[in-house]
Design a protein around this ligand. Sequence first.
Ligand SMILES: [Zn+2]
Length: 187
Amino acid sequence: MIRRNLLKGLAAFSLMGVAATGWGQKAAKGAVKVEELQKNWKMLLADGADVATTAEPLKLENTEWRKRLKPEAYDVLRREGTERAGTSPLDREKRPGVFVCAGCNLPLFTSAMKFDSGTGWPSFFTTIPGVFGTTTDRKLFMERTEYHCARCGGHHGHIFDDGPEPTGLRYCNNGVALRFIPKTGKA
Ligand SMILES: [Zn+2]
């Protein structure tokens, strides 16, 4: 009896081992995929699209930003406002393409990095590399990670750790802070 139990135990143990290896492989595959999405993001950029080609800082006076941006975009990008959930058509945008900063045209995300979080805000599990800076935001009586455009400093949203695999991250982005450029067809 003891031996049988031991064998059972061993069988269960090796099954767990197989399962753990399976997960490991899946996670590793996922990690590679994110790197590929980041490396190959230009494959989703429309030919001749008007985008910023470097993250070289763009610094403007507030009066100039007011002139350039729609009031809703100004409120989010320059004053760290938050749009009302469910108000951005980009939340439901599913076509292939690239999302750029509404302030400075820097490409930030691709459609392949987007997922439906059900929050009512466009959500992404990763970004084009090097396009955001972060700060710790202690407003609303909690600590959140704020992120902003590396080029114009415009506020975009907050990062949460309840996103999907493989990154587990959710970049919760205000739609008015983005402009979508479809790979083909009209914006
Ligand atoms: Zn920007």
